[in-house]
Design a protein around this ligand. Structure first.
Ligand code: RIB
Length: 291
């Protein structure tokens, strides 16, 4: 069984600020760093750090060499990443003293995928292999349809939410891993209980993981439910917390762990991520999660 992550690769410019800038305001940053990021790359790094072999696909520009190098250093298979004549995706991230963030995203090369490339990548995978998707790339609907036709298991982190998610045939998704806001945007329901009920009504064959921030995370598969409390830590930078959760949850499932253990492992890993600066660099190794 192989794991493919067809996702975004971004260069994150992270500005440390006292508070997130308000409209019309100018604030001075105490520190700025360049980090590898993008939801796709972060989730691949989480899987790799959790000991799972993962292949990343996606498009970068000539300025994306540092992302390739970072992936390779962490054992991510980069052979399917392609270079295109467009600037690599990038994100301008403000991180406040309380650890909150705000992100402006420029998709760049992440939106240069096309049908031929998607087919060429998916042709290398078969029934039973995993495909992990987020929503920072184009061709999402095609990827879902083609991977489903091949019998792949689809994992969707519907982030950031926009119309492209709603245009896709979400009945083909095996695992949704999403937060309450995304849950609301898909179902129109605010309460976690109602989100889960609506999701299972609309997508009866999907498994749903709903993260609830400080309130923990829950899992639903038909009548089956599981819940995990969050780990309390001092937040330094919440960037990539959700990506860590997604990567670690899946890693635990692939390792054959029970759902309860997978939720616990994902929650602990993402609590470590928020206690450190940066996106992919802040994701812990398996040994740190189980020390
Ligand atoms: O989820 C965190 C990521 O979102 C950052 O690394 C940034 O690149 C944005 O895509």
């Amino acid at each position: 069984m192989k794991v493919l992550n067809f996702g975004s690769l971004n260069i994150d410019s992270v500005y440390r600020v006292e508070h997130i800038v308000k409209p019309g305001e100018t604030v001075s940053s105490k520190k700025v760093n360049l980090y590898p990021g993008g939801k796709g790359l972060n989730q691949s790094i989480a899987l790799a750090k959790a000991g799972i072999s993962v292949c990343q696909a996606g498009s970068i520009g000539k300025d994306g060499a540092m992302l390739l190098e970072f992936c390779r250093e962490h054992g991510v298979d980069t052979r399917l990443i392609r270079s295109v004549a467009m600037q690599t995706g990038n994100a301008v991230i403000q991180v406040s003293d309380t650890g909150e963030n705000s992100i402006v995203l420029f998709p760049g090369a992440n939106f240069q995928n096309d049908t031929d490339y998607v087919k060429q990548v998916l042709n290398q995978f078969e029934a039973g292999d995993f495909l992990i998707l987020q929503n920072e790339i184009n061709c999402l609907r095609e990827m879902i349809d083609l991977a489903y036709e091949r019998g792949m298991k689809l994992v969707l982190n519907p982030s950031p939410m926009n119309r492209y998610i709603l245009e896709a045939d979400l009945r083909k998704i095996t695992y949704f891993i999403m937060n309450e806001i995304e849950g609301y945007q898909i179902t129109g329901r605010m309460e976690p209980e109602e989100i889960l009920k609506e999701m299972s009504g609309r997508f009866p064959s999907s498994k749903i993981v709903l993260t609830l921030g400080e309130k923990g995370a829950c899992y639903q598969e038909g009548e089956r439910r599981a819940f995990q409390d969050s780990y309390k830590v001092k937040a330094v930078d919440t960037t990539a917390a959700g990506d860590t959760f997604t990567g670690y949850f899946l890693a635990a499932i692939i390792r054959g762990m029970k759902i309860e253990e997978a939720l616990k492992c994902a929650s602990k890993a993402s609590s470590i991520t928020v206690s450190r600066m940066g996106a992919a660099v802040s994701i812990p190794y398996w040994q740190e999660v189980f020390c």
